[in-house]
Ligand binder design. Structure first.
Ligand code: SAM
Length: 427
């Protein structure tokens, strides 16, 4: 595929996302299923995700250089050109001329002059320095994160912390663990021996190529944070044959690992959406796991489960700020009101989940965000209203001393941002 064809495809895909509100990773993956050549796939993914990742920054540049705000479709063309100029090392004449040609191919030839002028001006445009703008605008533009998110982070954590969080580049290798149902640690490490792998606290970082060399059933891709969270859910005094309810379980990553940590457990792994319950089934089958995939709405009471579980898990939907560097589309188009809505859902799920915990059992709440309103604030509110629950200290060799809350930050812990609170039902 020639570059101009790849760029036309990116343009169409980005229009689906920017204009028709399509879900970006779904849209891209659906398209890439039809593309056989690895180089085409890599180029299209890089440009597509690159534009989404730099969207906030590119909007700023366009605002500064254009006398009027371009239509969304023209904005997308300019952003494709900007990404190639600034982040793909494309020679400037090629990046600019090819973007102009792309504009003509997609019926925007009338604006070729405008697009050409913005891209030419952008070549000498410098992003604002710390001294030129407010702290939040500086971080927002330079790290391409919406200014309202940056403001929240600065308010909650302070400027230096926020800057370090945004500046941190995560390990781009893939984190995997072995499937203890099918292979021992020693056997697995023998298979890894000739490769370039690095042990983490609980698994291994490997290169993407290495994944193709390993037998599929021997391992699974699971982030270190997800493994740490799964371990945090289980108290040290767990019953011999515990019953566990994972209320927001799809695609099943944590439930399946929990079963490996505690093979005598009976685990219900639930989700609201039938297609996501299918994902749990598929994953459990691949991993030879006996977890029980279950369709259930975590915000509604299921009377048959009241007081029945030793461990209840609410791994709730969240803004995803802790994993945004690995999923560039996750913050795309998020607005402050989305956080308000999602927080309400999180609180509802937690409030309903408390009914399923036996006296002496534990209730877990986790997210992959670092925003306090989705984390600490939800837990504080819950504990104030439910005096029969108390934070339950999590004691694990790979977790810092705590009072029942574990907070992981990418730039401090070297893994995805994560939050886990474990509460014990005391009466
Ligand atoms: C963070 S993901 C869970 C990831 C999962 N625990 C794992 O480790 O693989 C949150 C899940 O909650 C599900 N969800 C959203 N609202 C729900 C509800 N009302 N009841 C049950 N599940 C819900 C979503 O479909 C999504 O699969």
């Amino acid at each position: 595929m020639a570059n101009n064809e790849r760029e036309s495809i990116c343009y169409e895909l980005l229009c689906d996302v920017f204009i028709d509100n399509a879900y970006s990773s779904l849209q891209l993956n659906n398209y890439l299923e039809k593309v056989a050549d690895e180089r085409d796939r890599a180029y299209i993914s890089k440009l597509f995700y690159g534009v989404l990742e730099k969207n906030v920054q590119f909007d700023y540049i366009i605002r500064k250089l254009a006398s009027k705000r371009p239509k969304a479709s023209v904005g997308i063309l300019i952003k494709i050109g900007l990404y190639r100029l600034r982040y793909m090392n494309a020679p400037s004449y090629a990046a600019i001329n090819e973007t102009v040609e792309l504009a003509k191919r997609v019926g925007k030839g009338g604006l070729a002059g405008f697009i050409n002028a913005i891209l030419r001006k952008s070549e000498t445009f410098l992003l604002p320095q710390e001294k030129d703008v407010s702290e939040s605008v500086y971080l927002s533009v330079n790290y391409s994160v919406s200014v309202w998110i940056v403001e929240k982070l600065i308010f909650q954590y302070g400027y230096d912390f926020t800057r370090k969080f945004l500046d941190h580049e995560p390990d781009r290798r893939t984190h995997i663990r072995y499937n203890s149902r099918l292979i021992t640690k020693e056997e697995f490490e023998k298979k890894l021996a000739n490769s370039d792998f690095v042990r983490s606290k609980l698994g291994y970082y490997v290169t993407h190529n290495m994944l193709n060399e390993l037998k599929k059933s021997d391992f699974t891709v699971q982030s270190l944070s997800s493994m740490i969270a799964s371990s945090c859910y289980l108290p040290n005094d767990l019953a011999a044959f515990p019953t566990i309810l994972d209320l927001c379980g799809a695609p099943g990553g944590k439930s399946v690992y929990i079963e490996e940590l505690c093979p005598t457990a009976k685990i219900y792994c639930c989700d609201l959406h039938p297609h996501r319950v299918e994902l749990i089934k598929k994953y459990a089958k691949r991993m030879r796991s006996d977890i029980i995939p279950t369709l259930n709405d975590a915000t509604k009471i299921s009377p048959e489960w009241i007081n029945k579980f030793d461990v209840v898990i609410c791994d709730v939907p969240c803004s995803g700020l802790g994993v945004y560097k690995n999923k560039p589309d996750i913050l795309f188009n998020k607005k402050p009101e989305d956080i308000v809505k999602i927080r309400e859902l999180q609180a509802n799920i937690l409030d309903n989940a408390k009914n399923y915990v036996k006296v002496g059992g534990v209730l877990n709440y986790s997210t992959c965000t670092i925003l306090r309103e989705e984390n600490d604030d939800n837990i504080k509110e819950f504990l104030e209203l439910n005096k029969n629950f108390a934070l339950d200290k999590i004691v694990l060799p790979f977790v810092a001393e705590n009072d029942g809350i574990v907070r992981l930050f990418p730039h401090i812990d070297g893994c995805d941002g994560f939050f886990v609170a474990r509460m014990r039902r005391i009466s």
